[in-house]
Design a protein around this ligand. Structure first.
Ligand code: ADP
Length: 500
């Protein structure tokens, strides 16, 4: 039975992104929403909506019963989980199967296997997949400390159930180990409800390279190339690109083939991402497999011209992949910048506030310009909405494609310069300064880049021309900014990053 109606168990930009493919495939899309998102573009764009409830706004999107009920109410026969929330929850996928609703993703068993970092590592060891030397928390704390010391310092303590860069601590000396274990375990317990840890060798100045894989239920597995995701803060990605400027063709082939073999050995179906740490000496190690669509999937779509959500739906429909490895062509270069409501000058602390003016950049060559370069904005916000601390601070993603990396960087910088978001502090100016930085331009960086370049990446003062542009943008806005809540003070506050 082919999927007839898809319920999107998510919100924000990814809900909009999935809806776009549903439209293209002519499949009605149902969006569930918490009241906090009632005015969001995803809700407006959906063919049908169902309000869901929870203790908190996030709690609503984690409420399995509410989502199953929404499927029954709307008659949706499949669920696309997006990323975050229930996307990597084996119990959710199992429950949907019980209810005869398709989960657009891999099987619950594979989600469980890869969802726990310790079980994923055991799987890797069993199958001779290279992993970073590590010690798992078995026996007493004293025994764990002993085996961790044997691995050698520096060490990275990690939560078995971790994700999103949370629950990780670098430990440089044996004397710090015991208290670090205690604190990290408590943090993991709070964040993931599971305090289990392991310790692995901290690879100095590595790159984060990941490979997009796609597998059908008929034994076909392909890769769609790698993504370079080394520009991170707090172990979280901010800028991603495809292809990686660091890989030789031989290293690329080796990493991509390793990813395919991991997917094959795990009996993986649907889209997934195999993450690796690439050391300075070009050795690479399996980090984890994300059993879902990634935030940064658009860069892969740009360089392969493959719609990953459409392929996910095809696979969930039991169809064969429509291409083999040799059919996949890689062209040009794509860069994604995550636009966060955050303050780079204040340790990237999340910010909140109203979105007063929101103007997305367009293709630098104009609407009717050539197909390359191309600007894509995946966004779940619009002017008039308020950014609160209820959800993750990512507002939108700017993805720019061009013939080569140099042009892609230049066009990203131009697109960022014409991207207007007034009302709260974002990281857009800071992203622009990364695009102008020489080591980034040379492809010469590792995961410590942001910390190392703190001084160089400070905000530059606006030129007079930029100040005039800001003033005219505000003046030309058709939407009257008359809400007393917004005027007169916040509008000036809102322009803070632009003014100085
Ligand atoms: P999460 O699931 O929380 O995203 P990951 O295991 O994927 O955690 O790691 C996130 C990031 O942490 C990586 O991209 C990398 O920058 C860093 N990292 C993880 N493991 C190591 C390691 N062994 N050595 C150095 N950095 C690491």
């Amino acid at each position: 039975m082919k999927i007839k109606k898809i319920l999107i168990a998510n919100r924000g930009e990814i809900a909009v992104r999935i809806l776009k493919t549903c439209r293209k495939l002519n499949i009605p899309g149902v969006v569930v929403f918490h009241a906090a998102d009632a005015d969001s573009p995803a809700v407006k764009m959906a063919d049908e909506t169902v309000e869901i409830f929870g203790d908190t706004p996030v709690g609503a999107y984690l409420n399995i019963d509410a989502i199953v009920n929404a499927c029954q109410l709307s008659g949706a026969d499949a669920v696309h989980p997006g990323f975050g929330f229930l996307a990597e929850n084996g119990a959710f996928a199992r429950r949907l199967a019980e209810e005869n609703i398709k989960f657009i993703g891999p099987t619950p068993d594979v989600i469980d296997l890869m969802g726990n970092k310790i079980s994923a590592r055991s799987f890797a060891i069993e199958h001779d997949i290279p992993i970073v030397p590590s010690a798992t928390q078995e026996g007493t704390t004293a025994e764990f400390i002993q085996s961790a010391i044997q691995v050698g310092f520096p060490l990275l303590l990690k939560a078995a159930a971790g994700g999103g860069g949370k629950g990780m601590t670098i430990v440089r000396e044996a004397s710090e180990l015991e208290s670090a274990i205690q604190l990290t375990s408590q943090e993991a317990m709070r964040a993931f409800g599971d305090g289990a840890l392991y310790a692995e060798k901290y690879v100095e100045q590595p790159r984060h390279i990941e490979v997009q894989v796609l597998a059908d239920e008929h034994g076909n597995v392909v890769h769609l190339g790698e993504r370079e995701c080394s520009i991170q803060r707090r172990f979280q990605k901010v800028i991603e690109e495809a292809p990686s400027p660091a890989l030789t063709p031989e290293l690329r082939e080796s990493i991509c083939n390793t990813a395919v073999s991991i997917a094959e050995k795990a009996g993986y179906h649907n889209a997934g991402t195999v993450e690796f740490i690439l050391a300075q000496d070009d050795s690479f190690y399996f980090l984890e497999m994300n059993t879902r669509l990634q935030v940064e999937h658009p860069v892969t779509e740009m360089v392969t011209d493959i719609d990953l959500v459409a392929e996910q739906i095809n696979v969930a429909n039991g169809q064969k992949l429509p291409f083999s490895q040799s059919d996949i062509e890689f062209k040009g270069h794509a860069i994604e910048c995550r636009i966060y409501a955050e303050d780079p000058e204040n340790d990237f602390a999340p910010t909140t506030g109203p979105i007063l003016v929101y103007i997305e950049p367009t293709n630098p060559n104009g609407e009717n310009g050539p197909a390359v370069p191309t600007v894509r904005v995946d966004s779940g916000f619009q002017a008039g909405m308020r950014v609160t601390s209820a959800f993750d601070p990512m507002l939108a993603k700017l993805i720019v494609y061009s013939h080569n990396r140099t042009d892609a960087i230049r066009n990203t910088e131009m697109a960022l310069a014409s991207f207007v978001l007034l009302g709260l502090k974002t990281n857009m100016d800071w992203l622009q300064s990364v695009m102008q930085e020489t080591d980034f331009q040379a492809g010469n960086f590792h995961t410590g880049y942001i910390a190392d370049k703190e001084d160089e990446l400070g905000l530059k003062p606006l030129t007079d021309a930029q100040k005039r542009l800001v003033a005219s943008v505000v003046a030309l806005q058709e939407r009257p900014l008359t809400s007393p809540e917004y005027l007169p003070k916040p509008i000036h506050k809102a322009m803070g990053g632009w003014q100085n």
